[in-house]
Design a protein around this ligand. Structure first.
Ligand SMILES: Nc1ncnc2c1ncn2[C@@H]1O[C@H](COP(=O)(O)OP(=O)(O)OP(=O)(O)O)[C@@H](O)[C@H]1O
Length: 336
């Protein structure tokens, strides 16, 4: 069969639950061998699109092909070629990891010998070690997640779907999952479609990122392309008060491209950060009662991109931005 260049293509996918449109006309394309990060806050529609692409639910409208087959018309062919690790791993606590892997091998039509060989490879790859022979009920959350990843890989899939693979994991388990995803992609050339609500995860792993908000794809590109849309630099201004007056004064400055406001913090996208910081400071000094509490210059982050395309932050709820989940804050956006 001719080698396919495109591993996943979605064309105008809509998926509604009653009157709630969870995915609202998403079109995207993922090349073979790519790691595509699908980034968005809680409830944005990431899991729903993943479930459509994995043939677990049918689209309400639109078409999608995965590994060369239509997800609605040829779901069996798609299923044979994909591996899926969803957020809530369907693991049977009473079985051992070895038993579940053997069952999965049989399910995909592998011989007992082929399954044993594959399981031996995966033991090394996923690093579950001796625990594989023990009951799954005794595993930690991280071990269960890695076993689930191994189950998704038993039949050596062409395309791997990972739905928020590190949500709720401790930093060590998270780092292991990241390492494995990189290895699967680099060493085996596996295409990976990864949903996440963590900016660092998308930045670390994905060659290309799609940002989804309220069911719509609102931005797409490599991490550096997306950051470049924000401008060369970002200046963060945190004020005690007089936010609107400061905004009015700052948007007149030459290098300020846009200002996003979240509470009393102004995020300025500027073309020349070092050259802009003094004029910004002087301008703020002229705003009565502005009460400047912080003035910092930094490179644009994916959070700045998210803020500019959605009007909201993916905000950290802990220092690592990972672990306890993120929250979304309301902001006002104004382009100068
Ligand atoms: N089976 C379902 N029945 C009804 N509504 C659903 C169902 N599945 C998802 N939804 C709704 O669709 C919207 C998108 O949900 P989805 O789980 O796809 O988002 P998500 O981006 O994956 O969020 P999270 O990060 O919380 O998993 C939400 O409003 C959700 O309540």
């Amino acid at each position: 069969m001719e080698e396919l260049e495109t591993a996943i293509s979605a064309d105008g996918i809509v998926r509604s639950f009653g009157s709630n449109t969870a995915v609202d006309g998403v079109s995207l394309s993922v090349a073979r061998g790519e790691v595509y990060g699908f980034l968005g806050p809680n409830g944005a529609g990431k899991t729903t699109l993943t479930r459509v692409l994995c043939t677990l639910i049918t689209p309400s409208a639109g078409h999608a092909q995965v590994a060369g087959y239509d997800v609605a018309r040829e779901p069996d062919k798609v299923r044979l070629r994909i591996g899926v690790a969803l957020q809530d791993a369907a693991l049977d606590d009473r079985q051992s990891g070895t038993e579940m892997l053997a069952l999965q091998g049989r399910f995909y039509g592998l011989s007992a010998v082929a399954t044993r060989t594959r399981v031996a490879e995966l033991t090394d790859l996923i690093d579950i070690g001796d625990a594989l022979g023990q009951r799954i009920g005794t595993y930690s959350g991280g071990m269960k997640r890695r076993l689930d990843l191994a189950l998704a890989l038993v039949h050596d899939p062409e395309v791997l779907f990972l739905d928020e693979p590190t949500t709720g994991l401790d930093p060590v388990s998270r780092a292991r999952v990241w390492q494995e995803v990189r290895r699967l992609n680099v060493e085996l050339g596996m295409t990976v479609f990864l949903t996440t609500q963590y900016l660092e995860e998308a930045d670390e792993l994905a060659g290309r990122i799609g940002i989804i908000n309220k069911g719509k794809l609102v931005a797409e590109g490599t991490p550096s392309e997306l950051k470049r849309t924000i401008g060369t630099d970002v200046i963060i201004v945190r004020l005690g008060s007089a936010v609107n007056d400061a905004q009015t004064a700052l948007e007149k400055l030459e290098h300020v491209q846009r200002i996003d406001i979240s509470g009393t913090t102004l995020t300025l996208s500027v073309t020349d950060g070092p050259g802009s910081i003094s004029p910004v400071a002087v301008t703020l000094a002229s705003v009565p009662n502005a009460d400047v509490r912080e003035l910092t210059l930094r490179q644009p982050s994916l959070d700045d991109v998210f803020l500019s395309v959605t009007g909201e932050h993916i905000r950290r709820s802990d220092n690592s931005n990972i672990g306890t989940g993120s929250t979304v804050g309301q902001t006002e956006t104004r382009t100068t």
